[in-house]
Design a binder for this molecule. Structure first.
Ligand SMILES: Cc1cc2nc3c(=O)[nH]c(=O)nc-3n(C[C@H](O)[C@H](O)[C@H](O)COP(=O)(O)OP(=O)(O)OC[C@H]3O[C@@H](n4cnc5c(N)ncnc54)[C@H](O)[C@@H]3O)c2cc1C
Length: 166
């Protein structure tokens, strides 16, 4: 359905809508990028608000030494969350904080009955296709993106900033 109420029948729909960060970022950071994301230091402190740490969709963070920045994605949100949580605790305890680093980056595109395409790295090397790609997509959507069980040991293990997948 279009904005004018017109209905367009189609067998395939490609959604190209973008994403923007919560407007709350404008109340925290003096400047935000064109997606509304706050700039952060290496240890994920919001630039211009040193007592606030940021993670996930609301920040634009350097992920590695090659100049790649975080995207508004689950995998970046999860990795940043581990570092931000660690750094908040470290800051409160007067301990050194950690620089956010994430070498793992993957994409998985579900193409329906054909299967899915799974890539790794910023050059998007194709690693899995068809049914194998689909199996990876199902694993991601049913297990990887979910928080750990509400168990102290599992929760603390899942929050370890040293976790790197590949
Ligand atoms: C339709 C869709 C499909 C997506 N598919 C993928 C995908 O396939 N792969 C991928 O990597 N990423 C995907 N993403 C992106 C992914 O969901 C986000 O990047 C990720 O959830 C960001 O995590 P986050 O913790 O930063 O923010 P969120 O998951 O958005 O969590 C923010 C939380 O803050 C809460 N909140 C907001 N405002 C307030 C407030 N004022 N007070 C208190 N709480 C508040 C919200 O309710 C929410 O629970 C998709 C996103 C969408 C919308």
């Amino acid at each position: 359905m279009t904005g004018t109420g017109e209905r367009l029948d189609a067998s395939t729909v490609i959604w190209t809508g973008g994403m923007v960060a919560s407007a709350l970022t404008g109340q925290v950071a003096p400047e935000v990028d064109r997606q509304g994301r706050m700039a952060v230091t290496g240890d994920l402190r919001v630039v211009g608000a040193k007592d606030i740490f940021g993670a996930g969709d609301v920040v634009r963070a350097l992920t590695d030494d090659e100049g790649h920045y975080s995207l508004m994605s689950c995998q970046h949100a999860q990795f940043m969350g581990r570092f931000a949580g660690h750094n908040v605790a470290a800051d409160l305890l007067g301990l050194p904080t950690r620089e956010y680093r994430q070498t793992f980056y993957a994409t998985c595109l579900d193409l329906g009955a054909w299967g899915a395409v799974y890539t790794e790295g910023w050059d998007r090397d194709v690693k899995l296709t068809h049914a194998e790609g689909k199996a990876r997509k199902i694993l991601i959507n049913t297990q990887w993106i979910y928080p750990p069980a509400p168990d102290r040991v599992q929760a603390l293990a899942a929050g370890d900033p040293d976790i790197q997948y590949a």
